[in-house]
Design a protein around this ligand. Structure first.
Ligand SMILES: [Zn+2]
Ligand SMILES: [Zn+2]
Length: 145
């Protein structure tokens, strides 16, 4: 498949038209794997498409997030990182200082969901959980003052 047709069906399934820039950003997100800021994604994108600009990248990422193609994780200082919506269920552990993100594969909420369903008769289909804190290295740096 050529680069432009790659994600056409995927985008259509999510109610979006396939465009060159959307396809490009999807291919970058699929390759990078770890959550990235819009600026970093832009720096990757411009290597393949010199006509792309940062505001386009932001716009596409916002649209992707709205359509559940990507997840946006926001930090307290306003920086957001984007990653593809995980195909498998996972949670993020986020360092507030260095912005490192560790993916947790174990979900602690499965039993909780069941008990919520029983007590509320709500059919739970998904949840989001992010843990914020400081990684080991940052703890040391903070301790040194
Ligand atoms: Zn850290
Ligand atoms: Zn979970």
């Amino acid at each position: 498949m050529d680069d432009c047709g790659n994600y056409k069906n995927y985008l259509n399934e999510h109610g979006m038209k396939s465009t060159k820039q959307r396809n490009l950003l999807l291919s970058i997100l699929a390759k990078i794997q770890t959550p990235q800021t819009a600026e970093k994604l832009y720096l990757q994108a411009i290597k393949s498409d010199s006509s792309i600009n940062l505001s386009t990248v932001y716009r596409v990422l916002e649209k992707f997030t709205e359509k559940n193609i990507t997840i946006r994780t926001s930090f307290l200082d306003d920086k957001s990182v984007y990653s593809l919506y995980p195909k498998t269920h996972q949670h993020q552990l986020i360092c507030m200082r260095c912005k490192k993100i560790v993916l947790l594969e174990h979900c602690p909420l499965e039993d909780f969901e069941k008990s919520v369903e029983e007590s509320t008769h709500f059919s739970v289909v998904n949840h989001r959980l992010e843990l914020y804190g400081y990684c080991r290295q940052c703890q040391k740096i903070i301790a040194m003052g």
